[in-house]
Write a protein that binds this ligand. Structure first.
Ligand code: DQA
Length: 144
């Protein structure tokens, strides 16, 4: 099973970026944790600050990956393009949306996700641990 884990803008700064909100784990820590918990899953981890990169990577998943875990970061609240990209492959590559913070407890602009309707589910509010939860849920779905 091959899973692509995508991370959007500013998530390269995890560990030092507003740690009271996002936690002290870096993206590399999260990647290591996921790989330790799921050694049987082939996990590819990517981060970009560019919407175009994320859209291109999603568009290339058909036939190459079994599922996507995505933290679109700020693009969650703005990007119809990301939503369309996820929908374009959703028939064969299901996606789970993940957020470190509980966006519903934050500013109103963060309450709406444009990308969530293109995903099979969403996990938020558990900081880095949420990525492993998302993978557990996705693996379970793919094995069902
Ligand atoms: C985030 C929440 C977004 O609102 C924010 O723009 C991020 C991170 C999260 O993981 O909690 O960059 O996606």
């Amino acid at each position: 099973m091959k899973i692509l884990v995508l991370n959007g803008p500013n998530l390269n700064l995890l560990g030092t970026r507003e740690p009271e909100i996002y936690g002290y784990e870096t993206l590399a820590d999260i990647e290591t944790e996921m790989k330790n918990v799921f050694p049987e899953v082939e996990i590819e981890f990517k981060q970009s600050n560019s919407e175009a990169d994320l859209i291109t990577w999603i568009g290339a998943t058909r036939g190459a990956y079994d599922g996507i875990i995505i933290n679109p970061a700020a693009l969650t609240h703005t990007s119809l393009g990301l939503c369309d990209a996820l929908k374009a492959v959703a028939d064969v590559v299901p996606a789970v949306e993940i957020h470190l913070s509980n966006t519903h407890t934050r500013e109103e602009i963060r309450h709406k996700s444009l990308t969530a309707p293109a995903c099979i589910g969403q996990i938020m509010g558990f900081q880095g641990f949420g990525y492993t939860l998302a993978l557990r849920a996705l693996v379970n779905k793919l094995n069902a």
